[in-house]
Design a binder for this molecule. Structure first.
Ligand code: ZN
Length: 225
């Protein structure tokens, strides 16, 4: 069985017998997260950008497990300087694996942290896992690129930030969902902090009114891919 588990905020974990891919592993300090990486086999850690609620525990987990961080070039270099294993690709780049691919795509957002003034561009990421396509939008504003990503890759699942303030809000994320032509939408990046609180039932209604399915996963809930 291959599955995607929601950890909380924008963090999730894709696993199958071959590999475990952790995405934006903000675990320490994340009030929603209850995830023990030591219980999992983690081979890759995909990080969309350098903000600490996305880079999270990536460097520490890489050092503890040997998992490779996959992220944008400048941020990958920073991770390597800190002793992690990392692969630095860039927006538009794609890595091939025996089970599929990981493709870095645009996001409209910034990428830095107090220790890294410039982390390169922020990314969104498309996963092809044995033919199942999963798009993780990272942090982003609503952008016309969603239409092109939808046309080219029609991701089956899209994980979209909906919290507003730092990213698009529920109304804009519903427009993004339509542009992406996804069958199932998983909202992320909401309710972790006071300034990104949303009424998620309202988002579910918007998505269902468009004929798409919305799955607001609670931390540690998963979908079978
Ligand atoms: Zn961010």
């Amino acid at each position: 069985m291959k599955k995607l588990t929601y950890i909380g905020h924008s963090a999730c974990f894709i696993e199958k017998d071959w590999d475990g891919i952790l995405i934006d592993p903000f675990i320490t300090g994340n009030p929603a997260a209850n995830f023990d990486f030591k219980q999992k086999r983690i081979t890759y850690i995909v990080v969309t950008h350098a903000h600490l609620d996305h880079l999270g525990d990536a460097i520490a987990i890489s050092k503890a497990t040997g998992a490779q961080i996959i992220t944008v070039f400048e941020l990958a270099n920073y991770c390597m300087e800190k002793g992690a294993k990392a692969i630095g690709i860039n927006i538009g780049g794609c890595l091939e694996f025996k089970w599929g691919s990981i493709r870095f795509l645009p996001a409209i957002h910034t990428s830095s942290n107090p220790d890294l003034p410039y982390g390169g561009l922020a990314a969104s990421v498309l996963f092809d896992i044995e033919g199942t396509t999963i798009y993780h939008a990272g942090d982003t504003a609503l952008m016309s690129e969603f239409a092109l990503i939808g046309e080219l890759y029609h991701p089956y699942y899209s994980l979209l930030p909906v919290g507003g303030y730092y990213t698009m809000d529920i109304n804009e994320a519903a427009v993004a969902a339509k542009m992406l032509y996804s069958m199932e939408i998983i909202p992320i990046h909401y309710n972790t902090f006071n300034n990104i609180k949303v009424n998620i039932d309202r988002f579910v209604d918007l998505i269902e009114a468009q004929g798409q399915k919305c799955i607001p996963l609670k931390p540690n809930e998963y979908v079978e891919l």
